[in-house]
Design a protein around this ligand. Structure first.
Ligand code: NAP
Length: 168
């Protein structure tokens, strides 16, 4: 099993504000859907509540400390370790946020890939993506896009792979 992180991140590292996404970028939503369809997604309880419902065509695992938390159509676990146990037989599992869950996943050796949609604008926000340390992560692909009638900001799809050995 490998974990892949997927996130949309502004220039200044912001990923959300007041438990909401800030921007509307249909190209990113489409990318997210295509990547995650048919897979299991791990998410924090706050991100789940921000989305508000299980997304079709994907299994949702919600991580919370609340022992009585239940959502129809989703699995609920009480630690990151228990989330990994639950999905251990799957090939690729997506970590879809938020910041608390990204921060735990990025350190984990099961996480081999990070898909970042970089939005080239800065926003006020209260939630930030953790640092992608170049010692451990190498950008292997980058596709730049200009704004268009549906997507207001320039953006880039970036793929990072975990280095086999950290660089000095
Ligand atoms: N731009 C993007 O790609 C993107 C993607 C996802 C989310 N977001 C944004 O990120 C924000 C939410 O992120 P966040 O960091 O505030 O919250 P979060 O990571 O979604 O959820 C945090 C919650 O997860 C639970 N949790 C975390 N680690 C745990 C552990 N080890 N064991 C048990 N439970 C654990 C706790 O739930 P309990 O409090 O219930 O115990 C905690 O309060 C929103 O603004 C959202 O819109 C952005």
């Amino acid at each position: 099993m490998k974990l892949s992180i997927i996130a949309a991140v502004a220039n200044n590292g912001v990923i959300g504000n007041k438990n909401r996404l800030i921007w509307h970028m249909p190209a990113d939503l489409k990318f997210f859907r295509n990547k995650t369809l048919g897979h299991t997604m791990l998410m924090g309880r706050k991100t789940f509540e921000s989305i508000g419902k299980p997304l079709p065509g994907r299994k949702t695992v919600i991580i919370t400390q609340q022992k009585d938390y239940k959502v129809e159509g989703c699995d609920v676990v009480h630690s990151f370790k228990d989330a990994l146990k639950l999905v251990k037989n799957e090939k690729e599992v997506f970590v879809v946020g938020g910041a608390e869950i990204y921060t735990q996943a990025i350190e984990h050796y099961y996480t081999k890939t990070i898909y970042i949609t970089r939005i080239f604008a800065s926003f006020d926000g209260d939630t930030f993506f953790p640092d992608i340390d170049e010692k451990h992560w190498e950008m292997i692909e980058r596709n730049d896009h200009e704004p268009d009638k549906d997507n207001k900001y320039p953006f880039s799809f970036m793929i990072y792979k975990r280095r086999k050995k950290p660089i000095a």
